[in-house]
Ligand binder design. Structure first.
Ligand code: FES
Length: 222
């Protein structure tokens, strides 16, 4: 209904609005179909192959790194480079000739502090482990018991390198030859029962203080 002023009443305007709402689509107003993009199967295959390749490569690399780390990880290192058992202190009489340990590549001796001779203990008391490798050019240094030909008659023996003649006291102190220093020492651990372990991976460069590195123990024969 239109008022005299030509304006619709609010009620009429509301009805007109309801009537104008469409409940059905005209055929002509059909929604256009969405464009169909053709699937590129070749591209999908290439992506799949590329992803498979990189995944496989990544897994292979990770596996290789894991194997390498597993190989390099030290486990129960034994023999030279690790702890090497050297018996019990009861087996080392004070002042006896050094004993060779092939597994650990060292000499070990119980130094006698009263051995004041030039080639002796240097006044040290206890066990000392000397790396057999000559500090000059690496030859294996033997212990030479005195056969009368060593420099100081009356000495029980010396370490004398067969390669160039470097000569060392029983405590491994260099007294002669081209070696640049005394024989290197290895750390010695002794447990409460007197069992000896030489840490062949813990080497200290030799020096005039070698005798001070001797390790005493209450069970060591005196
Ligand atoms: S390697 Fe021992 S003195 Fe030369």
């Amino acid at each position: 209904m239109t008022s005299e002023s030509g304006q619709q009443s609010p009620t009429d305007a509301w009805r007109a609005a309801i009537a104008s709402r469409k409940t059905q689509m005209e055929d002509s107003e059909g929604v256009p179909a969405a464009p169909v993009t053709p699937v590129d199967h070749d591209a999908s295959r290439r992506q799949f192959i590329r992803a498979s390749f990189w995944s496989g490569l990544g897994v292979t690399l990770l596996g290789s790194v894991g194997l390498l780390l597993d190989f390099l990880y030290p486990r129960n290192v034994r023999g030279f480079g690790g702890p090497v058992p050297a018996g019990n202190v009861s087996e080392y009489q004070r002042g006896d000739a050094p004993k060779a340990n092939s597994e650990g590549q060292f000499w070990i001796a119980n130094l006698d502090p009263t051995e004041s001779r030039p080639g002796g203990s240097g006044g040290a008391k206890g066990l000392i482990a000397l790396w057999r490798k000559c500090p000059h050019l690496g030859c294996t240094v033997p212990w030479k018991a005195n056969s009368g030909a060593v420099p100081f008659p009356g000495d029980p023996g010396w370490y004398i390198c067969p390669c160039h003649g470097s000569t060392y006291t029983k405590a491994g102190v260099r007294v002669y030859g081209p070696a640049p220093r005394s024989m290197d020492t290895m750390q010695i651990d002794i447990d409460d029962a007197g069992n000896i372990t030489v840490q062949t991976g813990m080497v200290t460069q030799g020096g005039p203080d070698n005798p001070d590195r001797a390790v005493d123990h209450p069970l060591l024969p005196s």
